[in-house]
Ligand binder design. Structure first.
Ligand code: CDP
Ligand code: CDP
Length: 205
C-alpha cells in the first residue's frame, strides 16, 4: 500500500513531533527532510561546495551529531535557496514517499513540490513567540548557551528566508489541513493529525 502524509510548516512548529507520533500510530516510515538540508549545510560549514555536497550526500552525513545546532539550521536555510541543491535532494525524497507501507515526510515543500499528490497534507504552524520559546527550552535542556531573544531572531530570519525564496518556498498547499499548535498540547495536535489521516484512509478503503 502506498500512502503519503505531507507535513510542512515553519521552524519549531511541531512538525517532527507530530510526524513521529503519527508514523508510530499508523506504522508508517518517517523522513525528516530538514535533516537533508542540515547535513548539506554542515558540509558547507566544513568547507564543501553546496551543490557538490547535495549531490554526494551520504548516510554518514545524516548521522553527524551537530545537525541540530542554530549554526547548522542557519547554513541549511542558506543552501536551501539554491535550486540545484533542492533538485539533487528531490529524487531521494520522492522515492521515500512512494515506499510500500505508508510514509510521512516533514519539511517545507512536501505538499507543494515533493509530493503534490500526497494523500494527506498538513500545515503545522504556531506563533513565532511560542515556537522560539519551545526551541529555546530544547536548547536549554541540552546545555546550549543562548537567549530567548536570539532564538526568536533566528527563527524569524529563517522563516523569512524560507518563505521568500523563489524555488519551493514555505507556503501551505491549497488543500492542506491547517493545525495551529500555539495553544495545543502535543497530544491534542497529534490527535488532529491522526483524525485527518484516518478520514483519508477511510475514503480510500
Ligand atoms: O519539527 P519542528 O521543527 O516543526 O518542531 P519539533 O521539533 O517537533 O517541536 C519543537 C518543540 O516544540 C519540541 O520540543 C516539542 O516537544 C515542542 N512541542 C510542543 O511543546 N507542543 C506541541 N504541540 C508541539 C511541539
Ligand atoms: O526543525 P526546524 O523546523 O527548525 O528545521 P528543519 O526542518 O530541520 O529545516 C532546516 C532548514 O532546512 C529550513 O529552515 C529550510 O531552509 C530547509 N528545508 C527546506 O528548505 N525544505 C525542506 N523540505 C526542509 C528543510
Amino acid at each position: 500500500m502506498q500512502f503519503t502524509v505531507a507535513i510542512d510548516g515553519p521552524a519549531a512548529a511541531g512538525k517532527g513531533t507530530i510526524s513521529k507520533a503519527v508514523a508510530a500510530h499508523f506504522g508508517f516510515a518517517h523522513l525528516d527532510t530538514g535533516l537533508l538540508y542540515r547535513a548539506v549545510g554542515a558540509r558547507v560549514l566544513g568547507g564543501d561546495e553546496a551543490i557538490f555536497a547535495a549531490q554526494s550526500l551520504a548516510v554518514s552525513d545524516l548521522e553527524q551529531s551537530n545537525l541540530r545546532t542554530n549554526e547548522v539550521a542557519h547554513a541549511a536555510s542558506e543552501i536551501a535557496v539554491i535550486p540545484e541543491v533542492r533538485a539533487a535532494l528531490l529524487e531521494f525524497q520522492r522515492s521515500f514517499s512512494a515506499r510500500d507501507g505508508g510514509a510521512v515526510l516533514d519539511g517545507r515543500d512536501i505538499g507543494t513540490v515533493i509530493c503534490p499528490d500526497a494523500d494527506v497534507k498538513l500545515f503545522v504552524t504556531a506563533s513565532a513567540q511560542v515556537r522560539a520559546a519551545r526551541r529555546f527550552q530544547e536548547f536549554s535542556q541540552t546545555g546550549v548557551e543562548t537567549s530567548l531573544s536570539e532564538v526568536l531572531a533566528d527563527v524569524i530570519a529563517r522563516d523569512k528566508r524560507d518563505s521568500e525564496r523563489a524555488t519551493a518556498p514555505l507556503v501551505a498547499a491549497l488543500d492542506a489541513v491547517l493545525i495551529d499548535t500555539s495553544d495545543l498540547t502535543i497530544e491534542a495536535a497529534t490527535a488532529r493529525a491522526v483524525a485527518a489521516i484516518e478520514a483519508a484512509l477511510q475514503t480510500q478503503a
